[in-house]
Design a protein around this ligand. Sequence first.
Ligand code: ADE
Length: 220
Amino acid sequence: MKIDILTLFPESFSPLKTSILARAEESGKLEINLVNIRDFSKDKHKKCDDYPFGGGAGMLMTVQPLFDAINSVYKENAKIIFPSPVGQTFSAKKAEQLSIAEHLIFVCGHYEGVDERIFELFDIEQISIGDYVLTGGELPSMVIIDSLARFVDGVISKESLESESFSNGLLEYPQYTRPQEFMGLSVPDVLVSGNHQEIDKWRKEESLKRTKKYRSDLLS
Ligand code: ADE
């Protein structure tokens, strides 16, 4: 999968260049390309923002640099995403849907927003990561990319995806690793019993218990 990220702040994306996503890039499963929107500004001072017509607080991103930056990477079948509180709320289901795309383009807004005409010039899906407002689209882009990348074939094991929270509508069961005893607390006996049928049964029960306790809304 190819992901272009259009931003005024390419330096904010270092978290995508570490750990699991870095390995996914090295192995060619993912290609992440950062594009600085400012490089496309035709203003002599490379300005990319201006005051809103009609007045109001703050500055808006101007349409010309955005338009040219998108056109520089756009190819047929690319899907353009604009993180914004205006969109539908992101979920594991949405991450899985996006993970089968061949080419995604993330456009990061900043300041008070962007000139609305960009949404008439391109087919853009707006996606929110929750009902609160962030200073820009950089953090939500990283959240969405990190989450969808986990569903890209080969990035993490199928087994991990199947057992994790939300995969079956429930939260994941509790997990333990060595040492078997710490500060008087022992790992549940069943997990060291070697009985895989019993372990599966315990995990299903714990998943359900946890979901009831922390996220009963998922069960309704
Ligand atoms: N940009 C600013 N706030 C946002 C949010 N909650 N979700 C996605 N993008 C945003």
